[in-house]
Design a protein around this ligand. Structure first.
Ligand code: UDP
Length: 356
């Protein structure tokens, strides 16, 4: 297949603003090319993915969807990079040189305007249901072309309701496991990996640090400083250190020596790619029983699934980490979430969309 990848509109690939989508774009671009497909990536200006043809598009970035509320109208900025990227996609699609558009952008436009594209559009939805207008756009796409929507987890698909979930292909996710080094012996620190934001549960990260007495290293973009400061004031004894946003290779070196990754998110995490990154390093994952991470972590085997919003249960799980085999974590990441396995699932889905 000759594939156009339409990236997220929230920021340049490599900036960290796109969250897990950035790593997913890179993993799939590599994986699809290694299976003999051709890939061109259309992304905001400043984007970089090693080894791939990139069409950089100028324009104003969007307010990230996770920061708008359910009833808010979605605002398209003047000179929107999304609109400009979509126009570029239409031009490429009209050239006759491509078979399918793979859309990673969690914005209404590619879903509502897919019918104007001369080739098939497949949407890999990166977040759960957050906004009514976006939900309607996803519903419209799923209804007009039933197999064109894929998601990362059953839990994510369920947030859009049964009409969408029924037609959704669940592809999970994957990473290049070989890029993560297995670490057998861990230190005492816990890790948090993700954007510093309310929905990622920063307040509970501080609460876990305060109640467990463990240091928590926080890796990720400082998206909401107010949330961070508020948590600091609420839990003055908590030792939480913001390391910053690190490139994957550096991240895995720091993450690998941690005792566990904690996932204390407030929203329905669509997948939680950071969980498989941790497992690949041999790091067990302690997650709230909410969203995609529950479909990743094997309770008692590769970490613990604890009741959502229950900080004490996370702390209790920290005390049980000695029962988890770090080798088992690495093995599970390799078996279920390798780039090869993920690419295979996505390739099969894309082929089914092109055939229709
Ligand atoms: N990440 C990174 N360096 C960091 C912290 C995070 O590269 O220091 C990446 C991480 O590898 C993952 C993404 O940021 O790919 C976070 O993705 P996730 O799906 O957890 O969150 P979201 O997409 O909701 O932001």
């Amino acid at each position: 297949m000759r594939i156009i990848l339409l990236s997220t509109s929230v920021g340049a690939l490599g900036s960290g603003a796109g969250g897990g989508v950035e790593l997913t774009v890179q993993t799939l671009a590599n994986g699809l090319v290694s299976r003999g497909h051709s890939v061109v990536i259309v992304a905001p200006r400043g984007s970089f993915v090693a080894g791939h043809r990139m069409i950089e598009v100028a324009g104003a970035t969007h307010t990230p969807s996770q920061t708008v509320n359910r009833t808010q109208a979605l605002v398209v900025p003047n000179n929107s990079v999304l609109v400009n990227m979509w126009q570029r996609v239409l031009q490429l699609a009209g050239s006759g040189d491509h078979d399918i558009v793979l859309n990673f952008s969690y914005d209404a436009l590619p879903f509502t305007a897919a019918a104007e594209c001369p080739i098939a559009v497949a949407h890999l939805v990166s977040m759960g249901s957050l906004n009514n207008e976006m939900d309607a756009a996803v519903r419209l796409a799923a209804a007009s072309s039933p197999h064109c929507v894929a998601m990362h987890s059953e839990a994510q698909a369920a947030t859009f309701g049964t009409a969408v979930a029924r037609h959704t292909t669940v592809v999970a996710s994957g990473i290049d496991v070989d890029a993560y080094h297995f670490v057998e012996a861990a230190g005492d620190d816990l890790a948090f990996v993700g954007r510093i934001s309310a929905e990622k549960g920063i307040a509970d990260v501080f609460a876990v640090a305060a109640r467990s007495g463990r240091r928590v290293l926080a890796f990720g973009v400082m998206q909401d400083r107010a949330v961070w400061q508020q948590a600091q004031e609420q839990y003055p004894s908590a030792r939480v250190e913001h390391v910053g946003f690190l490139a994957t290779d550096e991240l895995q070196q720091h993450l690998g020596v941690c005792a566990a990754l904690i996932m204390v998110h407030r929203w329905v995490e669509a997948f939680g790619i950071v969980a498989i990154e941790a497992l690949a390093c041999g790091v067990p994952v302690i997650t709230y029983d909410r969203g995609g991470p529950v479909e990743i972590v094997r309770d008692g085997l590769t970490g613990f699934v604890v009741p959502a919003d229950n900080v004490d249960a996370v702390v209790a799980a920290v005390h049980r980490l000695g029962t988890i085999s770090r080798g088992e974590c690495r093995k599970d990441a390799n078996q279920r979430f390798s780039a090869q396995a993920f690419t295979g699932r996505v390739e099969a889905w894309l082929e089914s969309v092109v055939r229709r």
